[in-house]
Design a protein around this ligand. Sequence first.
Ligand SMILES: C[S@@+](CC[C@H](N)C(=O)[O-])C[C@H]1O[C@@H](n2cnc3c(N)ncnc32)[C@H](O)[C@@H]1O
Ligand code: SF4
Length: 396
Amino acid sequence: MSVVDLSALKGGLKELPPLSLYAHFPWCVRKCPYCDFNSHEPKNGFDEMAYVEAMLRDLECSLPDVWGRPLTSIFMGGGTPSLFSPQAMDAFLAGVRARMKLHPDAEITMEANPGTFEIERFRGYREAGINRLSIGIQSFNPRHLQSLGRIHDGEEARRAVDIALTHFDNVNLDLMYALPGQTLDEALSDLETALSCGITHLSAYHLTIEPNTLFAAQTPRNLPDDEASADMQEAIEARLAAAGFEHYETSAFARPGRRSRHNLNYWQFGDYVGIGAGAHGKISSHQGATREMRYKQPAAYLKAVRDGEPRQSRQAIAREDLPFEFMMNLLRLTGGFETRLFQERTGLPLSAIQQPLAEAEAQGLIERDLRAIAPTLKGQRFLNDLLTLFLPSARD
Ligand SMILES: C[S@@+](CC[C@H](N)C(=O)[O-])C[C@H]1O[C@@H](n2cnc3c(N)ncnc32)[C@H](O)[C@@H]1O
Ligand code: SF4
């Protein structure tokens, strides 16, 4: 039994962590049957400029909590942000710059869906200051795209990547594997196509059947079994390593120097303001950290902004939850983390987690020296078991 000992805790953070901005764009042309993100089919269209203005007013509500801190990255996620015009994105980014300091080489990413690609738009996004694209390809195989209910076919997917690479030199593709009826060769063929495009980053997600999705109600019968999925995962990891991609997080692979700085800030337990419908944020002060959540339904969110309080909830992270919350992020990183980061980001001394660390090491789930702590291959495969050791309830 492991013990998280917090008795040694004195006070909060000496230095505040880096700060990034997440902006949520909640609409999609069509809801995908596997997706549990906060995404909605607009029944009667939507007013993009009204939404941009709402997000900027929303941002203003958080300014007193992050006063003077520069943004190191911005991520425009969804939903489908590429449904918004370049003019709307330009207005949004100009509004952010007018309200907050932006680090000179800030990473500014936008998610895009291949069904929404037109060459002119992407020049406009680049000119608005977006310098990284993340494209939800999922697969290049028409049969699998259809079974996933995607609005694009394989040809459009390829064309989208070509257009993206005309204007952007930093491009991520999302692929999913373990798709209904998918073979190992088909998964690898998707990967070959992705690699042949000249991308800098790849995210490979195992298809998960999420509760409250169409796939949960009508689960496809021909999903690959655990053994077949594990073979796909191993083959994908091996192929990406051979192509020079670093596997730095559970599902993330990057060419050297091209790791997602925005996502790394989450995984290193950094701070982020989350604006837009349903967005989550985490903001530290010298006293501790607070989690925030915006109203989820776009209409409720827009009304809440008009009423002057877009945050549906704000809650301090309890001191006893900090070790688990920290580890839940940091142990996703295959290379682990520098030991000093634990105290820097939680304000707790490392001695507070000596016992669960010792237990994790004894079980072969982590390896450590004076400088760093990293999950072993076993720890990466059994991440949930590893994290459980850091739960406050592990004390009982
Ligand atoms: C927030 S989504 C947005 C991307 C964009 N809307 C699109 O789908 O083209 C980010 C990524 O999460 C992945 N994803 C979504 N639902 C998933 C699920 N149930 N299982 C595995 N990956 C999933 C997809 O690869 C998707 O591209
Ligand atoms: S396009 Fe992306 S965010 Fe929208 S429903 Fe599909 S997976 Fe979800």
